[in-house]
Design a protein around this ligand. Structure first.
Ligand code: 5GP
Length: 167
């Protein structure tokens, strides 16, 4: 999407370790108009795929996922990265190594919110080594749900994630 490419060129900052900082419109401050346009783009791209639900990982996947869910008129579920008193059992879980934080988190989704009838669209902010998406694929597998598509705001195609997920 040209609007996104222009915005990355204008506001993005490349940090050591091939990390792109886009805190002014995606990872800290959020530009709702840009996110809405991302949502329209994803909704249009996956319009023939009979999506029943959007899944993402907190926190930076939530904005584009909600905008996509709004456009497609389907619910949005975000996997939690931290344990919560209100989320203790009946969970699907997967371990995810974070490229930017260099830590492993167990992500989880309540089993009531994803099930075998679902056709899921996975949305996330970045695709680097593919760990976050792979974690969501494992959760979809546990739920016996179908993954109908994966939509990523910024794909770092020089890292191995895209190839891994396409396989
Ligand atoms: P992966 O699991 O594909 O290795 O990495 C995806 C996650 O790592 C994203 O959800 C994002 O939070 C973070 N990430 C990976 N690369 C970058 C980057 O260059 N910039 C930012 N801001 N986050 C990144």
């Amino acid at each position: 999407m040209k609007e996104l490419e222009d915005r990355i060129r204008q506001d993005g900052q490349v940090l050591p370790g091939n990390v792109l900082k886009v805190n002014s419109f995606l990872n800290h401050q959020i530009d709702p108009n840009l996110m809405m346009n991302m949502g329209k783009e994803f909704a249009d791209h996956f319009k023939e795929d009979h999506i029943t639900k959007i899944v993402t990982v907190e926190s930076s996947g939530i904005a584009p996922a909600v905008m996509t869910g709004f456009q497609m008129q389907v619910p949005v579920v975000f996997a939690r990265k931290h344990k919560s008193l209100t989320l203790v059992d009946h969970l699907y879980t997967a371990d995810v190594y974070s490229y930017t934080k260099q830590t492993t988190n167990t992500i989880s989704i309540d089993d009531r919110f994803v099930n075998a009838d679902d056709r899921l669209l996975i949305i996330d902010d970045f695709l680097a080594n593919g760990q976050a998406v792979e974690g969501l694929l494992k959760i979809a597998d546990q739920a016996q749900a179908t993954v109908a598509g994966v939509g990523i705001v910024i794909e770092k195609s020089f890292q191995k994630g895209a190839e891994l997920i396409q396989e």
